[in-house]
Design a protein around this ligand. Structure first.
Ligand code: SAM
Length: 226
């Protein structure tokens, strides 16, 4: 079974999960280095890249975003999301897309959310540079890219076979990603370097959790499209 089929099967069986606590914090919280909330969202558009089954959409709707959009990698997953949106009475423009081709018009969003997504490759092709170009393409100048990326010692990289920029997952707790190649980052500077041609003003946070035996360690942050 390939990557797309695995994700499609997972999402067809999944009940609607809640948003990640840190997505809520980022969009509703006020912190020393982050405050989107106080400016309001009613004139803002957001694209949730590979949004799963749309778990963040109720949050975006409650926050009053002017336009909500999302992508997922197969039409079957997009159908699940449309169905969820209909049940929740949420209007969202959801299209098939992936990190190399998001399927939306250029410079059409104020916010891009790439929550545990940017480092997934199409068919294990080591094309990360294309993801950065594509993210920059759909964001407006001055738009915000919000991301989460595993730290090198996150559980999904346990026993991974590491090259300089890419690794192969071998011991995924959730099993499905074993054999998958991903772009990985050893530190914040490497993230900044990888995105830096098109993005600036990087602001980082960090999730560092021993989640009952899972090393739950993530770089989180945002940067601005040049
Ligand atoms: C860990 S999940 C995160 C999903 C969602 N953002 C969330 O927070 O629940 C990774 C997601 O990446 C998607 N994905 C897999 N390969 C991809 C690719 N080449 N381009 C973009 N997304 C991909 C999967 O469909 C899946 O939804």
């Amino acid at each position: 079974m390939n990557n797309s089929e695995k994700w499609t099967n997972t999402y067809k069986k999944m009940d609607m999960p809640y948003p990640s606590e840190y997505v809520i914090r980022i969009f509703k919280g006020r912190y020393p280095k982050l405050d989107f909330y106080s400016k309001g969202y009613s004139d803002k558009s957001i694209l949730d890249i590979s949004c799963g089954i749309g778990r963040n959409f109720p949050l975006f709707a409650q926050l009053g975003f002017g336009k909500i959009a999302g992508t997922e990698i197969t039409q079957e997953i997009v159908d699940v999301i449309h169905n969820n949106c209909q049940k929740m009475g949420i209007e969202a423009d959801v299209r098939v897309g992936n990190n190399e081709n998001l399927g939306f018009e250029s410079e059409s969003f104020d916010f891009l959310l790439a929550w545990n997504v940017c480092y997934y490759l199409n068919e294990n092709k080591k094309n990360f540079e294309k993801h950065v170009v594509e993210y920059a393409r759909v964001l407006k100048k001055g738009g915000v890219l919000v991301f989460s990326i595993p730290c090198e010692d996150a559980f999904i990289y346990d026993k991974a076979i590491k090259g300089d920029k890419y690794l192969e997952i071998t011991n995924d707790w959730f099993k499905g990603r074993n054999g998958t190649i991903q772009r990985y980052f050893k530190n914040e500077q490497e993230i900044e370097d990888a995105f830096g041609e098109y993005f600036e003003n990087f602001v980082f946070g960090k999730i560092s959790d021993d989640c009952f035996g899972l090393s739950y360690k993530w770089h989180i942050g945002y940067c601005i499209k040049k």
